[in-house]
Design a protein around this ligand. Structure first.
Ligand SMILES: [Zn+2]
Length: 140
């Protein structure tokens, strides 16, 4: 199942203080210069899906013990992304896979280079990054 016709709800903002685009909680902020950039859009929307997935998982796993997770679970994606390099890598690799699928301007080389340089993965080599993005396991 590729692109759903209806998106999960999120808020879209534009700001020239953002270099390209980024996502936080259920918001995407995009530099107006990249307003119509399909690759960036799909990359950030992938983070929105991850936000909802982690919220849902948190609620499923912890609601019985801790009902307040319905509210606090909204932070799960951003918290994991901040504290766990492994989670951040999973999150970005999947976002880059989607980005490459919809936009030929983002080659494997460009995405791998960006993955290595822009996210604090100090031990990630270019060849490892290339392999991670190239690996076709997504059946979503
Ligand atoms: Zn990203």
């Amino acid at each position: 199942m590729g692109n759903l016709l209806v998106r999960l709800p999120y808020l879209q903002f534009y700001s020239d203080k953002t270099k390209y685009a980024h996502s936080k909680l259920f918001t995407i902020t995009t530099n107006p210069l990249y307003k119509d950039n399909k690759g960036l859009d799909i990359h950030e929307y992938e983070h929105i899906k991850q936000f909802y997935l982690m919220w849902l998982l948190s609620v499923i796993l912890f609601y019985y013990y801790f009902p307040l997770i319905i509210i606090l679970g909204l932070l799960t994606h951003n918290l994991l992304y901040t504290v766990s390099l492994r989670y951040r890598l999973w999150s970005e690799v999947n976002a880059y896979k989607k980005q490459m699928e919809v936009d030929n301007n983002y080659s494997l080389e460009v995405c791998a280079k960006s993955l290595v340089e822009d996210y604090g993965f100090t031990h990630l080599t270019l060849s490892a990054a290339t392999e991670l993005i190239e690996y076709k396991n997504n059946n979503s």
